[in-house]
Structures are given as structure tokens and as C-alpha cells.
Design a protein around this ligand. Structure first.
Ligand SMILES: NC(=O)c1ccc[n+]([C@@H]2O[C@H](COP(=O)([O-])OP(=O)(O)OC[C@H]3O[C@@H](n4cnc5c(N)ncnc54)[C@H](O)[C@@H]3O)[C@@H](O)[C@H]2O)c1
Length: 439
């Protein structure tokens, strides 16, 4: 925690604003052009800009361009970067034009999920490294394409599953891996968030001035404009996202896969899904899901409630690694180990430990990406890890959509066994003129 505070203090990067300290601005000037990383952002409204801020806290990174299809967002973000760094990034509304730029090393993809694949694959083919937000893509097939593009074009791809850089999760992983908790029998995961219900139903409205809504929709089906299917709340509609399951499920399930001896794709997946509260709510996705993933090492048990905000251990979301000697409960704020009691020796079976006060770890995940751009080493969350985590969200969503309690995924063949309805949902249908990239 102390380290993280110091990091923010030194860089001057404080929550909410984009203000760079004089020390950082001076440090930037000392880095020669040949050692600088020229970065662009595609999709600048919320998380994409947050990730850009963390990049700008590193003295070797310059933001040379920003691209968005909403000119209101675009102009606001261009000004913020200019005010903070003294240099106005170039302005783009079409990522294809941006990616033709020769003097560009890497891109951040902060668009809604239905755009990740096309932009990531085009970026890789153009020789740019990629920080793509999670979930890696909005379908199983598109995740595969991004992973293939990364290896074919030898690009560094960091998927935005930043918990892999978080102190609480790193230490928890060590406790699991070094046997402190004994044999792990289950990993219980829960995510309960009010926003999982989606917005209240609203009427369609004219397209806001400055928004190219046809471009925003891109490969997704054409629709009239509705504010619910736009900034932020798009995540509740299958055309653009996967609801709470892919929003939080991907992050948390990644922490279970991460402690497997050999991180594996799901095979048999048992899903219960329901809509308990849909009154006046505008969404396609489910508010209630329970999913079991029996794995070789342990059972992963995922429990999700959109519209509720309390959960086990008084935490709205978390992970409990349940071992024979104790249970470790972790989320972004810290962890606690609850030892089992040994009735014979009258002693706890493992040492109780606790870590409090940790927070988000985007900054460390971003720093890892930038290090890997330079070293060409694999980052914390390489494409295969992003693909496997996304599978754990997309498969239950597919099962829920077709009403199947059980599906079996064959990862080698990249298809469901004996379920043509599920197989039909592996790939999205792209609306013309957009076409699924070929690798
Ligand atoms: N890692 C995390 O903790 C975390 C947290 C929140 C969101 N996310 C992810 O970040 C991504 C963005 O989410 P958000 O909440 O910031 O969404 P948002 O709707 O707030 O912002 C998306 C931006 O992308 C722009 N955009 C859409 N299509 C575009 C295109 N073709 N070219 C350029 N710009 C385009 C939009 O106009 C908008 O400005 C999602 O993939 C989401 O899952 C990750």
C-alpha cells in the first residue's frame, strides 16, 4: 500500500484528474526520442482514458493520438492530455486511419467489447502492440482471432485483467500455490452489483450531436439510438457485451484459473441463470447466475446477483480459496485467511494472516505492459490467459441464452460437443461493410 501511495505521489497522477507533477514532466524531457513509446488510445470515454492516464504516469510514454466516434468525448480528452502534457495528440475518428500511422508503437483499446477484435487484429497486422480491455472480445471466436493475431504478427498483447498485478491477489496466489491452505477443494467466487440490473427503460432519442452512431454500432446490428445502448450501459446487451458475467466474472474467474497447476479452458459447465428483477429494466443479460466449472485441481463455483450489493464475508464481490487447512478470502481491498481448527492438536491448521487497504492495480499492470513493449517478454496477462478467462464467461452466457443446464466445451476443436445451438453462438455475425478479420 505504502508503495502504491508513493508511486502516485511521485508521478502526481491522482484519482479523477490528469495532472502530471513537475518532476514527471522534467523526467519526460530527459528521455531521448529513440527511447520513447508512442501510444494511441481508441475509445476514450471511461476505462480507456483511465488506462491512458496510467501510461502517462510513465515518463517514456507519449500519447500521440486519440480516436473516438463520439466527438464530444474525443475533444474533451484531447484537451485534457494537452493541458497535462503540453502536447495535443492527433485527432482521429476512424481507427483504420489511425493504424496507418507509422510513428505509432502501441494502442490501448477502450471501446465496448464488440469492437475489441476488429481493432486489435488490425492493430497487430499494422505492427502495433496492444493493451486490450477485458473481456478480450465479445465472443469465443473473436478471442481466438486476437490470440492468433498476436502470435502471427509477434505483437505484445496485454489483456486488461489488472488483478494479476495486484498485491492482494499476488500474495493470495502464493499462499495457494505454496500449500499454506492445504489442498484446495473449491474456489468460490461471487459478484453482486446493483448496476447488474441495467438502466430503467427509456424511449429512443435522436442521435446526440457529434456521435457517429453507425460507426459506434460497427459490426453489431443496426438499431435506432437509445441512450441505454450507449456509453457505459451497452454492457447489458448481447450485441456489445455480456452483462455482469463478462464484466466482473472475467476478472474474478481469472483469479481461479491463475492458481490452477495448468490453467485450463472449461470443459463441462453447469449453468443456472434467471432474471429475478427485470421490471422496467432494459437489458438482455441475466441478473442471476450460478455456474459450476469442475476442473482437474478443484471446483470453481461462481455466484452472481445483479441488483444486490452485499455478499459473503460482508463483501459485494470476492474469491474464497477453500483449502483443507484454511480458507483465504480476497478482493481488491485485501485478503484474510480463516484457518480450520484441528480438534486433535487443539490448534489452527494454518497461520491466520490478513492484508488490508490495497486498491486497484491498473498502474502496475500498465507498467508491466510498457516493460514488455521494451523487453518483448510476455506480459502479466497474455492473450491465451485473456482467452481462457473470457471462455469462462462466454460459455455460461451461451448456455443461459439457449436454456442448457449443461454444455461441454472441447477446447482443442474449439466447439461445443453435440450442441449445434451453442456452436451457433461461438461467432458473431458482422454487419456489412464490416467483416470478421481472417488470420
Ligand atoms: N479493467 C477494468 O477494470 C475495466 C473496468 C471498466 C471497463 N472495462 C472495459 O473497458 C472497455 C470500455 O468500457 P467503458 O465502460 O469505458 O465504456 P464506455 O462506453 O464508457 O466508453 C467506450 C468509448 O469507446 C468509444 N467507441 C465506441 N466504438 C468506437 C470505435 N469503433 N472507435 C473509437 N471509439 C469507439 C465510445 O464512443 C466511448 O467513448 C470495455 O471493454 C469494458 O469491459 C474494464
Amino acid at each position: 500500500m505504502a508503495n502504491r501511495r508513493n508511486f502516485l505521489k511521485t508521478t502526481g497522477l491522482l484519482a479523477g484528474g490528469l495532472w502530471l507533477s513537475p518532476a514527471l514532466l522534467q523526467a519526460r524531457q530527459r528521455i531521448s526520442p529513440s527511447d520513447r513509446i508512442r501510444l494511441a488510445l481508441v475509445g476514450a470515454n471511461n476505462m480507456g482514458f483511465g488506462i491512458l492516464r496510467h501510461h502517462l504516469a510513465l515518463p517514456e510514454v507519449d500519447c500521440v493520438a486519440i480516436c473516438d466516434v463520439d466527438q464530444n468525448v474525443l475533444d474533451k480528452r484531447l484537451k485534457e492530455v494537452e493541458d497535462a502534457t503540453g502536447k495535443r495528440p492527433e485527432r482521429y475518428t476512424d481507427f483504420r486511419k489511425l493504424l496507418e500511422k507509422k510513428d505509432l508503437d502501441a494502442v490501448i483499446i477502450g471501446t465496448p467489447d464488440h469492437w475489441h477484435c476488429l481493432i486489435a487484429v488490425t492493430a497487430c497486422a499494422a505492427g502495433k502492440d496492444v493493451y486490450v480491455e477485458k473481456p478480450m472480445a465479445n465472443s469465443i471466436g473473436e478471442c481466438d482471432l486476437i490470440a492468433k493475431a498476436g502470435s502471427q504478427y509477434q505483437r505484445i498483447i496485454q489483456v486488461g485483467q489488472q488483478q494479476r498485478a495486484g498485491q492482494a491477489f499476488l500474495e493470495s496466489r502464493d499462499f495457494v500455490k505454496n500449500g499454506h491452505l492445504g489442498k484446495i477443494r473449491k474456489v468460490n467466487i461471487w459478484s453482486n452489483f446493483n448496476y447488474g440490473l441495467g438502466n430503467e427503460i427509456k424511449p429512443a432519442t435522436p442521435i446526440p450531436t457529434g456521435v457517429d452512431y453507425d460507426f459506434w454500432l460497427g459490426p453489431a446490428p443496426k438499431r435506432e439510438f437509445n441512450p441505454n445502448r450507449f456509453h457505459g450501459s451497452w454492457r447489458h446487451f448481447w450485441d456489445y457485451g455480456g452483462g455482469l458475467m463478462s464484466d466482473w466474472g472475467v476478472h474474478l474467474l481469472d483469479m481461479a484459473i491463475w492458481v490452477e497447476e495448468n490453467p485450463s479452458a472449461p470443459s463441462t459447465v453447469l449453468t443456472y441463470a434467471n432474471n429475478v428483477n427485470k421490471e422496467n429494466r432494459d437489458r438482455d443479460t441475466f441478473d442471476t447466475m450460478n455456474v459450476l466449472f469442475p476442473k482437474k485441481d478443484f471446483l470453481i463455483n461462481y455466484d452472481m446477483n445483479g441488483g444486490l450489493q452485499t455478499g459473503p464475508y460482508n463483501k459485494p464481490y470476492g474469491i474464497a480459496y477453500v483449502g483443507e487447512k484454511g480458507t483465504l478470502v480476497v478482493n481488491r481491498s485485501g485478503y484474510e485467511i480463516y484457518p480450520e481448527w484441528d480438534g486433535t492438536t487443539k490448534a489452527p491448521k494454518c497461520e491466520a494472516k490478513k492484508l488490508e487497504g490495497t486498491t486497484e492495480s491498473h498502474n502496475l499492470h500498465v507498467a508491466n505492459f510498457v516493460e514488455c513493449i521494451k523487453s518483448r517478454n510476455q506480459p502479466n496477462c497474455p492473450p491465451e490467459a485473456g482467452r481462457i478467462a473470457a471462455l469462462h464467461a462466454h460459455i455460461p452466457n451461451i448456455a443461459a441464452r439457449i436454456g442448457a443446464d449443461q454444455v461441454i466445451w472441447d477446447d482443442e476443436k474449439r466447439q461445443f460437443i453435440g450442441n449445434s445451438q451453442a456452436n451457433d453462438l461461438i461467432w458473431p455475425e458482422y454487419r456489412e461493410p464490416w467483416v470478421l478479420p481472417k488470420i
